[in-house]
Design a binder for this molecule. Structure first.
Ligand code: C2E
Ligand code: CA
Ligand code: CA
Ligand code: CA
Length: 280
């Protein structure tokens, strides 16, 4: 009836209002969350398929909200991006990750790298970002070669000439540029040729299907061959099964990351993990 249609409409409207209010509140909470020390990082290891060694660690941000509890990054990163808070948050993540790695190097003498996610917003709009990278390296005494900056395929592809210049400035700091979420966007082969990229990170959504008998299998084979040719390192993300690992080893994918090897670890658990890994 007319009436119920109207009620449905009102209900829908109110739901949207509630959602908008909640988002508004979350953004307000995000504003202070860096100062209130509600964020922390976890680290997920990436291993060489050739030697089994731990090569790099991906830093992944976590938010422990004082009343709402744990909020996953997929829920708050988009809000941090749309509100601009990602600039401050991104710099904190970078500094925190570099400090942790410096401690790790000092205590364990390990030659491990750190991979830090760079939001497309930081990449395209934060002109102080390069400065922040320079500062983080200087303050921690780390070599740029220890830092992998993960930038999504779509961010790199969308910003054209500007992206190229930013990437070149990053390269001047000796850091490694990694194209994140590879396989979810639309990179052309020409882009791989023209962009100063050190690493491709194949998205989990793609890895999920490599053994399904579909085209992913052939595409990944061709891609790995091309990457070898261009001297680009390849990381497979979201490796969950032994069959996937075996296949990736066979194709000489350089690095693997996923729950099969290790979930993201707290700093304490990471140090313990590395100690045990070194002993065995
Ligand atoms: P991403 O950059 O693609 O990160 C990989 C995600 O896959 C992480 O989720 C990681 O925990 C998860 N993962 C790794 N291995 C496996 C696996 O074997 N199985 C499954 N099911 N998942 C696996 P997380 O930590 O929830 O992060 C989600 C997304 O949030 C990230 O996707 C990234 O886009 C964003 N994000 C996380 N931390 C940061 C950060 O510090 N800065 C920025 N800008 N974005 C971040
Ligand atoms: Ca990433
Ligand atoms: Ca991904
Ligand atoms: Ca990503």
């Amino acid at each position: 009836s007319k009436n119920s249609g109207r009620n449905t409409f009102n209900f829908y409207n109110e739901t949207m209002e509630v959602v908008a209010l909640e988002m508004h509140q979350l953004i307000a909470d995000l504003q202070n969350a860096v100062e209130n020390e509600e964020f922390y990082l976890q680290y997920q290891p990436q291993f060489s398929t050739l030697t089994g060694e731990l090569v790099s660690l991906e830093a992944l941000v976590r938010w422990q909200h004082p009343t709402k509890g744990f909020i996953p990054p997929n829920d708050f990163i988009p809000l941090a991006e749309s509100s601009g808070i990602i600039v401050k948050l991104g710099r904190w993540i970078l500094m925190e990750a570099c400090r942790m790695l410096a401690r790790l190097h000092k205590e364990m003498g390990a030659e491990i790298r750190i991979a830090v996610n760079v939001s497309p917003v930081q990449f395209a709009a934060d002109h102080g970002f390069l400065e922040a990278v320079r500062d983080a390296l200087q303050e921690t005494g780390l070599d740029g070669a220890c830092l992998d900056l993960e930038i999504t395929e779509s961010a790199i592809m969308q910003s054209g000439q500007v992206a190229l210049e930013t990437l070149q400035s990053m390269k001047a700091l000796n850091v490694n540029v990694s194209m994140d979420d590879f396989g979810t966007g639309y990179s052309s082969l020409a882009a791989l040729r023209d962009m100063p990229i050190d690493q491709l990170k194949i998205d989990k959504a793609f890895i999920d299907h490599i053994l399904g008998g579909g085209r992913e299998h052939s595409i990944i084979k061709a891609m790995l061959a091309l990457a070898k040719e261009l001297d680009i390192e390849v990381v497979a993300e979201g490796v969950e099964t032994n069959a996937q690992l075996k296949f990736l080893k066979l194709l000489r994918c350089d690095l693997v990351q996923g729950y099969l090897m290790s979930k993201p670890l707290s700093e304490d658990n990471l140090f313990e993990f590395i100690r045990q890994h070194a002993e065995s």
